[in-house]
Ligand binder design. Structure first.
Ligand code: SF4
Length: 138
């Protein structure tokens, strides 16, 4: 069940998104992977005019990929939260301003899944097989 509040300031947008994500997910859905897919779509749509959207979405995608690959660190969560604030607060148009919403929402409501990837080297849904393989490989 999704809580009514997320950790960032945009309660209504993020709560609505969180409820939508929660409604359509099942035990085979990895919220880190879903976040990566959603952000990838926005990143492809970015026109590149302003730096926060153009570069910030790329950096967030790199971090999400790193976590899905089993190379994540707890500092990555802090970095994602910082990037969410910067991109949302300084992008020029609504596309960039909304780009971090999936990241902020899933960090707020499904943080345990991020932490499972980083701390326990496992993907609860079994989607990110690289998490386990990277740990086995040392
Ligand atoms: S926020 Fe808008 S103007 Fe800025 S790069 Fe993204 S799409 Fe372009």
């Amino acid at each position: 069940m999704v809580a009514d509040k997320s950790e960032s300031g945009n309660l209504s947008e993020e709560t609505a998104l969180a409820k939508l994500l929660d409604q359509y997910r099942d035990e085979n859905t990895c919220m880190v992977d879903v976040t990566k897919l959603l952000l990838n779509f926005t990143q492809l749509e970015s026109c590149g005019k302003c730096t926060p959207c153009r570069e910030g979405t790329k950096r967030m995608l790199e971090i999400l990929q790193k976590i899905c690959d089993g190379m994540g660190e707890m500092q990555d969560i802090d970095n994602l939260e910082l990037l969410c604030r910067v991109v949302k607060g300084s992008s020029l148009c609504p596309l960039g301003q909304a780009a971090p919403d999936p990241v902020a929402t899933t960090l707020g409501c499904f943080r345990n899944e991020y932490e499972a990837h980083i701390k326990e080297h496992r993907c609860p849904a079994g989607v990110c097989t690289a998490v386990v393989e990277s740990h086995r490989g040392g």
